[in-house]
Design a protein around this ligand. Structure first.
Ligand SMILES: [Fe+2]
Ligand SMILES: [Fe+2]
Length: 233
């Protein structure tokens, strides 16, 4: 692995463990059912924006390689089922009514998270690098970690198997980073590794990549800040 990749890899590992340490994600097992449900219902709004988030990048990428990977991932979203539909079914298995799920409105903080996600893939210089990193970090690496934590908690709380929670189980399994940066592997996060490796060819690009990764981290982590209760921050 080149020095550039070693640096990016250790930066990525740092933001992964930072997210795992987020006080809200760490305390899911202490929350009441209604509070946990609120978090899941707000998070659903991010899932609903997943496809357009990807489509914006697909329409803008100059890199054929990046476009191909992003299109493959979107196609998988609808291969056997619709992942948003799976999410509603998972929530119903956790005891929520369909009516409650579909009538829950996004909070202003959730709307801000969605707007910030779109900003990550909005037009900018060094677009291919920016958007490939945004999709990898904010679309796969970190959501994979979040879904793993949520999956564990839902299994514990409601005594459900992974088969009964296909949305959370699937995304915990296939989104997360499995190998170091730049090594080929089939998880959604890892699929972007090679193209990003091709785009990071100078020390300046490493710095830019770290800035983008940090911004993508904040979009995901800041979403959870809305769930702190008074005096808890
Ligand atoms: Fe998905
Ligand atoms: Fe994914």
């Amino acid at each position: 692995m080149s020095d550039y990749l070693i640096e990016l890899d250790s930066f990525e590992e740092k933001i992964i463990s930072q997210l795992q340490q987020h006080p809200i994600l760490r305390s899911l097992n202490t929350f009441s059912n209604p509070k946990l449900e609120d978090i899941l219902l707000q998070k659903r709004w991010i899932s609903l924006h997943f496809t357009p988030f990807y489509d914006i990048a697909i329409c803008t990428f100059k890199s054929e390689e990046a476009r191909t990977i992003a299109k493959e991932i979107v196609r998988e979203e609808y291969l056997d089922s619709n992942h948003r539909e799976d999410l509603v079914n998972d929530l119903i298995r956790c005891g929520l009514s369909r009516e409650r799920i579909v009538s829950a409105k996004p909070s202003s903080e959730t709307k801000k998270t969605v707007a910030n996600l779109y900003q990550l893939v909005g037009w900018n210089n060094h677009y291919d690098l920016r958007a490939a990193l945004a999709l990898r970090i904010a679309g796969e690496v970190l959501p994979g970690e979040e879904n793993k934590v949520i999956l564990d908690e839902l299994q514990r709380r409601y005594q459900l198997t992974t088969d009964q929670l296909p949305h959370y189980a699937l995304h915990a399994a296939h989104d997360r980073k499995k190998v170091p940066f730049g090594i080929e592997s089939s998880s959604h996060a890892d699929r972007f590794g090679t193209v990003i490796t091709h785009l990071v060819d100078s020390a300046e690009k490493v710095e830019l990549a770290k800035t983008i990764m940090g911004a993508a981290y904040h979009v995901r982590a800041d979403f959870y800040d809305q769930f702190h209760t008074e005096g808890e921050k």
